[in-house]
Design a protein around this ligand. Structure first.
Ligand SMILES: [Zn+2]
Length: 121
C-alpha cells in the first residue's frame, strides 16, 4: 500500500467538494449560509508563485497586505497552506518591505525610572 503524504490526505478529505471541469480541478466553496457557492481553481504547487505574482506583485496586484491579498486569492483560487504562502510572500516581497521601511524594534523596552528630586525647603 502506497503511503500518501499529509498533503494528499488533506485533499482526500476535501474529495466531495472537488470538481473537475474541462480538465481543471476546482473546489466548491460554499458561503456560510450554504445558499451560494463559487468554484475556486485548485492551484498546483508549481503554479502558486504565478498566482501570487499576479495577485500581489503585478501592476494590477497593488501590493496589498496579507489579509487583502489572501481575500483576493481566495475569491478565485485554492491550495493547501494558502494563507501561510500568502503571508510568506508578502513578508519577503521586496517592494512591500521597502515601503514599510522596516524600522528595527527597540531593544529592551522602556523602563523609565523616575527619580524623586530632593525637595528644596
Ligand atoms: Zn508586495
Amino acid at each position: 500500500m502506497a503511503s500518501y503524504g499529509p498533503v494528499t490526505k488533506r485533499y482526500w478529505a476535501l474529495w466531495d467538494s472537488l470538481k473537475v471541469h474541462s480538465g481543471v480541478l476546482y473546489r466548491k466553496w460554499e458561503s456560510d449560509d450554504g445558499k451560494s457557492f463559487r468554484l475556486q481553481l485548485v492551484v498546483p504547487r508549481s503554479r502558486v508563485e504565478n498566482v501570487l505574482e499576479e495577485l500581489h506583485s503585478s501592476p494590477s496586484g497593488g501590493h496589498f497586505g496579507v489579509m487583502k491579498t489572501t481575500h483576493k486569492v481566495r475569491e478565485r483560487f485554492y491550495w493547501d497552506k494558502l494563507k501561510s504562502d500568502v503571508d510568506k510572500w508578502c513578508r519577503t516581497c521586496s517592494t512591500c518591505t521597502a515601503r514599510k521601511g522596516q524600522t528595527p524594534a527597540p531593544v529592551g523596552g522602556c523602563n523609565v525610572t523616575t527619580w524623586e528630586l530632593p525637595s528644596k525647603e
